[in-house]
Design a protein around this ligand. Sequence first.
Ligand code: HAM
Length: 418
Amino acid sequence: MTEKLSTQPYKGVRDFYPAEMAIQQYIFSTWAHTAESFGFARYDASVLEPAELYRAKGAENEEMVNQQTYTFTDRGEREVTLRPEMTPTVARMIAAKSKELAWPVRWYSIPNLYRYERAQRGRLREHWQLNCDIFGIDDMATDVEIIALAYQIFMNFGATDDMFTIHINDRQLMHRLYVALNLNEEQILSLTRLNDRRDKMTAEAYRLELDGITGDGTVSEEVIMLLDKSDAQTDVVVGLAELGITNVVFDKSLARGFDYYTGTIFEFKDTDPDNNRSLLGGGRYDNLTALFGGEAVPGVGFGFGDVTMRDFLETHDLLPEPIISPTVVVAPTEPVHNLSAQKIAQALRSSGVSVAVDSSARKIGKKLSLAGENLSTYVVALGEDEIASRRYTLKNLVDGTETTDTLENLIDYLTDKY
Ligand code: HAM
């Protein structure tokens, strides 16, 4: 006998059964309406990109390109990568139209991204990521705006300030501080990449790699002191306070994994120790579009993953009960009435509510209780009497009230309600 195929999805990706999809949709729609409330317009692109997009100098993230991309050769010998992030794609799209666009450009997207990661809490091989970016302005007020948008997303999900902290750092400032310690450009790049992994390392392992970069124990100690001392305030922190956003820390140990950031960088972190991953991350990148020739357009933005979003909402008990059932269930008492039930359902839908027929062989009592368990609001039982009298009873499963009337009047009733 041949071996049976597994019903499991590919490692590190998810199937979305309706209950999960309802949560996913709730997250996506809250993301979309928050971005749109800030005047952002939606864009998208293909998941397929030429592999060189992620290898170009200045765009690369060493760990990502070498270890984390899904790259293959197509039938025409082209190297193709499933996009691991959206920023190079949006930079490409902006660069292609830079002559026509009216600056500033505020764009958002909810792409699915692929990274060959070790699957663990908060990290999968396919995730969806809200990307919000502003192009064309190099001004700290724009950095404030993009962080305020990320903050507003949390508010729109019902979060409060104590549930998360906004960590902010500045690549330029860190660069100046490292130069003052006599570190050269190559050392600064390696150190930034190392610092991005610091949270996941023991102090000893970190120190060992740090010594490898500085080549000098005293300098290493100064680097550690510098990172652990929190003193500086930036314009961005002050600007956020002006907007009433104060769950903010200036955090010199924040590094971010991508080489392309040139100024402000930020991550939002959950304050609950059970969920201590970065929830979202972003920053200012002023040179990325220059990779495509033409002039550099300044950009600032962030990416927010659906996995960390959902972990956050679950950790803080902020997920509403997903409703995946129709508002009205038409329940024929016998299978012979199934087709009549379809006619009634079709008519009721003209009121704008969702209506489905329970065409199973279950007993009518079971159909009614199931509709209630599934959180439908109304049920219409359909038997000989209703068909003969052309009067139907719309039963409200929430408060138990009943309305018996003609189909036309029930449609009017539902239209008024919804
Ligand atoms: P990133 O820090 O790599 O940044 O990812 C941003 C967010 O995406 C993370 O904080 C997390 O929520 C989510 N995320 C990343 N990798 C995974 C994964 N393997 N599984 C689940 N969720 C994940 C970027 O991607 C930048 N391109 C963001 C950006 C946009 N910067 C400027 N504009």
